[in-house]
Design a protein around this ligand. Structure first.
Ligand code: 2IT
Length: 450
């Protein structure tokens, strides 16, 4: 490995030893860019890598709210404005009890390269809170969001930093966050958030964009292998917003999701989760209880395996981890390697541990695609939402979908080309990291030392 790259990884590992997820993602991205740094000594001269692993600004804030019984609760909010070299900071907010600085920084670092891959002018950022939305009433969610935005609003804006949703933050939360921003600022600046409702500047297709984009990307991988999506069976971990978009688009293109997994176990639906009735039921089920997917198996009479993950099953063609980080560990990766399944398409942010990813990438019979490319259609359509807001108009469904499709084809092709240029063959993981990195590095170099 390039000595400068190794030295930066070593620095980060020591300095951020209490931030394991962040260290993990830095190692993953930077191990791919070693040949690029060999070729470009100017990066070391300008210390680009140490600058890239140091967020431009990170802050935490107090979020106090009152529950329906009148009890006062205190949470910690976060926002990490990681890299603004190619555009305003852009990235979601995650509300989950396990949120901490390490998780926010890993997501912000990944987001920087992902956003660069979209080809659109957006920098990288991420935020959230250690708030648990499970079991909260609508009024409690609203009060939490209002308190959260009261602390954040001074530091964001359409040309500064544009948050969106992530786990625990969907259309409802974005609505309350935007309402409070508007109330505090006394203006209508809807480009400050994306993932908004259609009545106040949201974009068509944004809720489905991450899942649809993942299938468009998968389609390019299949084409590259002279294969076709028609008739393919897909195992998806997760059944949230992103997994749902995958199910829907897969069905539209003639494939089917036959496995889905939740925190309580997994469902096997050999017929495929393809009908409108099934897709609608999943939305209903999730609204009532986001922790259990077993009711689906009960309702549609299919197999449910409690407390297990499905990694290792042989009766699918494609695995798509779409739940959360580090869902696939080394033991799961061994099972996947033995399953004979050819395509491993990451969807959730960092769903694979580094060890597991190395093992899968070493298997020449498996094609691995990285989440920062595969799931980039979500933030990509967020950037299209920003464009629509600044133009003060809205695009048709067809226009947004066409742009999303074009973006995913470009991301796939740019990743394949970057890997090819560095003599790495069809390595989508390295290629995605290299292509994302180059644009950010160039922008930083051209803007001078700071
Ligand atoms: O991980 C992600 O890319 C997101 N949560 C979406 C971010 C966005 O700004 O739409």
């Amino acid at each position: 490995m390039n000595a400068y790259v190794a030295q930066v990884i070593d620095n980060v590992s020591k300095k951020n030893a209490n931030e394991p997820e962040f260290v993990q993602t830095v190692k993953e991205v930077f191990s791919s860019i070693s040949p690029v740094v060999d070729k470009h000594p100017e990066y070391e001269k300008a210390d680009i890598l140490n600058r890239m692993v140091t967020p431009e600004r990170t802050f935490t804030f107090r979020v106090v709210w009152t529950d329906d019984e009148g009890k006062v609760h205190t949470n910690t909010g976060y926002r990490c404005q990681f890299n603004g070299a190619i555009g305003p900071y852009k990235g979601g907010l995650r509300f989950q009890p396990n949120v901490n600085l390490s998780i926010i920084k890993f997501l912000g670092f990944e987001q920087t390269f992902k956003n660069s891959l979209t080809g659109l002018p957006i920098g990288g950022g991420k935020g959230g809170a250690d708030f648990d939305p499970a079991g909260k009433s609508d009024a409690e969610i609203m009060r939490f969001c209002q308190s959260y935005m009261s602390a954040l609003y001074r530091y964001i804006g359409p040309d500064i930093d544009v948050p969106a949703g992530d786990m625990g933050v969907g259309g409802r939360e974005i609505g309350y966050l935007f309402g409070q921003y508007r109330r505090l600022k006394g203006n209508f600046e809807n480009g400050v958030l994306t993932g908004k409702g259609l009545s106040y500047g949201g974009s068509l297709i944004r809720p489905e964009a991450t899942g649809f984009g993942a299938i468009y990307y998968l389609n390019e991988v299949l084409k590259h292998e002279n294969d076709s999506i028609v008739g393919k069976r897909i195992g998806v971990s997760g059944y949230g917003n992103v997994a749902w978009g995958i199910m829907k688009k897969a069905a539209e293109l003639g494939a089917k999701v036959t496995y889905m997994a939740g925190p309580d176990g997994y469902v096997h639906d050999e017929e495929g989760i393809t009908s409108e009735e099934k897709l609608n039921y999943i939305l209903e089920m999730r609204k009532n209880d986001p922790m259990h997917c077993e009711p689906y198996a009960d309702k549609f009479g299919c197999e449910f395996v409690p407390n297990e993950k499905f990694w290792g099953i042989k009766d699918v063609d494609i695995y798509m981890p779409a739940a959360t980080q580090n869902d696939v560990d080394i033991e799961s990766a061994k099972k996947i390697n033995e399953s004979g399944v050819k395509y491993y398409i990451e969807v959730a942010n960092m769903p694979t541990t580094n060890e597991a990813l190395d093992l899968l990438r070493a298997n020449k019979n498996i094609i691995v695609a990285p989440s920062k490319a595969v799931n980039a259609g979500g933030v990509g359509v967020s950037a299209l939402e920003m464009s629509q807001n600044s133009e003060r108009l809205s695009w048709s469904k067809e226009e947004v979908d066409k742009e999303l499709h074009r973006m995913m084809v470009n991301i796939h092709d740019a990743s394949a080309k970057a890997a090819e240029e560095y003599g790495l063959g069809y390595d989508l993981v390295a290629g995605g990291n290299i292509a994302g990195f180059l644009k950010v590095a160039t922008a930083m170099l051209e803007q001078g030392i700071f």
